[in-house]
Design a protein around this ligand. Structure first.
Ligand code: SF4
Ligand code: SF4
Length: 441
């Protein structure tokens, strides 16, 4: 089948060889969990437990009445030690339930149920109750994404994993392919779509081959090979590559008849609906030049980076930078005592030799950022205006359409921090909006 792609973007070194052949391994369970009550896009949850309460694995410990939210569960048995505000891996200050975990325990087993007679609403209710969110990074509540206000005809299951270093989705496709297919069928039933496309970059040919073998006799399913180009896994680029449909500015995938779900989310949907198992743990790729034993590890949500790193063998002495997420869109961390959340697919640690950070210079008008921007923007102008504090002009050049993929930064010979300029522009726009809508007292 022809390999598909999109305009712009960059070909990055993969660095996936460090972990792509490492099977998913469960790490020793932590003795303490710090479980953020906001692990998703939307409203934070309120704690349903108090200090001193005994909690059971799978128990719901946080819930919100907001329509855009997702409940939070305790992955382990233990006692609520404190409820505190801590920094999340996203940089936000978030209320967290700290649990002192029982020292002797195993992850609970949830038997399968026959779900063939469940209605679409019943499936959606189970997905919501299990706290399933998009696991590709954005962590949007999945039940919301499965309630599009318009008719959709295509479900894309995103197995691109286009950021360098990350291999957790790749391993999941190799090790839980049947669960991903079951999850995809359940999502398709909720949406009422008959076409399911599994989209995978060709650097995961073994996963493509396995998918093709498993779906050979399945009606309405196909596996589409995609070019190994960043940001292939971003929704707009993915939808274009698969269907040649263009999402207009300010619109969403459902506006062109498509819903996209990540492969890990599809597996979590299967767990939620067939096993009534809440989303309480995830596979995370621990890798980078500063890591002693790179691998793909199954970790309860709320486990600190420190526990993951130490249980996996530790960091090299010269590790100086820690990132949660991928190297292009992930977030640098100031320490290891932050907890992993449902959307955290990677912990990267780098030593000084690997990093080539340098001061940025003036734009030399080479046009490379324009050539490679997958949104067809002019990142050079956005950067120049934002640097001067002329944020409205930066907005006029499309800063709001930028999804901060970092492709422009990667190709810029002057190392201009265009994503930072975009974030400043968006923050200024949000501030202007708040001030313009403030009611007089
Ligand atoms: S301007 Fe935004 S969307 Fe375009 S390449 Fe830069 S970060 Fe990506
Ligand atoms: S890539 Fe950098 S130097 Fe070249 S035009 Fe863009 S911002 Fe300017």
């Amino acid at each position: 089948m022809m390999v598909k792609s999109f305009s712009g973007g960059v070909y990055l070194p993969h660095y996936k060889h460090l972990t792509e052949a490492k099977p998913i391994e469960r790490l020793p369970l932590p003795l303490e969990l710090i479980i953020p009550l906001k692990q998703h896009t939307g409203a934070p949850c309120e704690a349903l437990v108090a200090v001193g309460d005994r909690v059971k694995a799978g128990q719901k410990i946080g819930e919100s009445r907001s329509p855009v939210s997702a409940p939070v569960h305790s992955p382990l048995n233990g006692i609520v030690k404190e409820i505190v505000t801590r920094q999340s891996v996203t940089g936000e200050m978030v209320e967290c339930v700290v649990i002192a975990c029982d020292s002797e325990q195993e992850m609970a087993v949830y038997p399968a149920e026959d779900v063939s007679s469940l209605s679409a609403q019943e499936i959606k209710d189970r997905i919501r109750e299990a706290g399933v969110v998009g696991m590709g990074g954005a962590a949007f509540p999945t039940y919301m994404k499965l309630s599009p206000p318009k008719h959709v005809d295509t479900l894309i299951i995103n197995g691109c994993e286009c950021e360098p270093f990350l291999t957790c989705d790749h391993r999941l496709m190799l090790e839980r392919v049947s669960d991903i297919i079951v999850g995809a069928r359940l999502i398709a039933k909720v949406l009422g779509v008959s076409k399911i496309v599994f989209a995978v970059e060709t650097n995961k040919q073994d996963a493509l081959d396995l998918l093709n073998e498993k779906i050979r006799d399945e009606e309405g399913m196909e596996a589409v090979p995609l070019d190994i180009k960043y940001p292939q896994g971003s929704e707009k680029q993915l939808i274009y590559a698969v269907s040649q449909r263009v999402i207009p500015t300010g619109k969403l995938p459902y506006d062109v008849g498509v819903v996209v779900q990540n492969v890990a989310t599809a597996a979590a949907v299967k767990d939620a609906v067939v096993h009534r198992r809440p989303l309480m743990e995830r596979v995370v790729t621990l890798t980078g030049s500063g890591v002693k034993n790179p691998g793909n590890y199954l970790v309860p949500v709320g486990t600190t980076l420190r526990h993951v790193v130490e249980a996996a063998g530790g960091l090299n002495d010269n590790a100086v930078k820690i990132i949660v997420g991928g190297p292009m869109t992930g977030r640098a961390q100031s320490g290891l005592d932050v907890p992993l959340i449902k959307g955290s697919g990677g912990i990267l640690a780098f030593d000084e030799d690997f990093l080539t950070e340098q001061d940025y210079l003036a734009c030399v008008r080479c046009g490379k950022c324009v050539e490679h921007c997958p949104m067809l923007l002019y990142p050079n102008y956005i950067g120049q205006y934002a640097e001067l504090g002329r944020y409205e002009m930066a907005e006029n050049w499309g800063a709001k359409d930028c999804f901060e993929c970092g492709a422009c930064v990667y190709v810029c010979p002057s190392s201009r921090p265009i994503v930072n300029f975009v974030r400043q522009t968006k923050a200024a726009a949000a501030k202007r909006h708040r001030e313009s809508t403030r009611q007089p007292i």
